[in-house]
Design a protein around this ligand. Sequence first.
Ligand code: SAJ
Length: 408
Amino acid sequence: MSSSLCVLGLGYIGLPTASIFATKGRQVLGVDVVPSVVEIINSGRIHIQEPDLDVLVRAAVQSGYLKAALKPAAADTFIIAVPTPFSVTASGARVPDLKYVEAAARSVAPVVAAGNLIILESTSPVGTTEKIKVWIDDELSKLGRKVDGLLYAHCPERILPGQMLKELVSNDRICGGLTPEASEKSKALYEIFCTAQIFLTDARTAELAKLTENAFRDVNIAFANELSLICDRLDINVWELIRLANRHPRVKILSPGPGVGGHCIAVDPWFIIDAAPAEARLMRTAREVNDGKPHHVIAQVHAAAGKDAVVACLGLAFKANVDDLRESPAVEIAEQLAAAGLKVLAVEPHVTALPKVLQGRAELVSLADALARASVVVLLVDHRAFAGLTLAQLAGKKLIDTRGVVRA
Ligand code: SAJ
């Protein structure tokens, strides 16, 4: 199969996907609406951080198989990998915002041809693949074009930031077509690089499966976070509690933290809650528990900190060993502590500059500097760089360890 591809959206999912197809000898046009992204990729460099992605993209571009552009062009397969955020309505409800998916779908109408396969990889609410067909049909009719036999499928990405390239190849996949033929053709496509099993289903099941995976994790993290609140109230060490409970053969409690960040787990459950609000009660509560955790941590710091306290925030990333500060509960906590007038020292070994919201309001310092100056230490991210910390090093300081890293 020597199909050509057009990948719409060159972010955390689209760029590795486009690049891996290119390194397997498929002609790939990567499309992004941001001119600087197109320029950077065409020069063989990357605009996002992910281990080894730079090497893959450079190889893909240098081989001549990957090119980036601002507009789609004819191809056998179109893969849509654009963001699917939620927006908040006046009444406070979170509703999926499909504007990027719609724009991407409509943009391929001038170039699609009979028999092309159109795949949605973006995590999306149930029914989105059907909507893509409606949007493309609508655009085709506006253009006066008649294109027969277009195939549509949802093949959700499942890769974990920090180990995306490994998981891209080794994770099982789901291909859910609007027709069985679309599912089969998608499977054949992903077999080009995926070494794991590929399961076929319909588009709506595939859409809900992806949402379910992230909602499952959110609910389980919420259980751990709720336990941490209960333990704080009862003065019990939550880490010791979880370690012991997990010795039961059928109990596997996840780890509490300062809240749930990232662009997936804190977002995707809302797509289920929006679609079935009366039924998704547990998922809604889990979201509320996880979204409430940063406020609990902030309250703990205020309770520990005197008026002239210097607070060291260890870690700003949304999770361990990544440099991604977007949608990070750690950033939210540092920002609110600074806004409340506390002196905030931020330690984040993965970045060289503070995010905008902290610029001028906090200081980015080394771990040694923070430990020398702080009266309160808030451990927010379980980065490897903090793994050796001991209570002895923090003698005389107040400690709020949201990740259970500091050893006796
Ligand atoms: N977290 C905890 N405690 C835990 C595990 C995680 O507090 O025990 C927090 C992390 O610190 C982070 C957040 O949850 O703030 C999310 O981190 P994560 O590592 O659980 O997941 P993501 O958001 O990086 O990636 C998830 C993955 N989904 C699942 O594991 C079900 C990934 O496979 C998906 O591809 C990705 O979402 C996505 O793109 O949807």
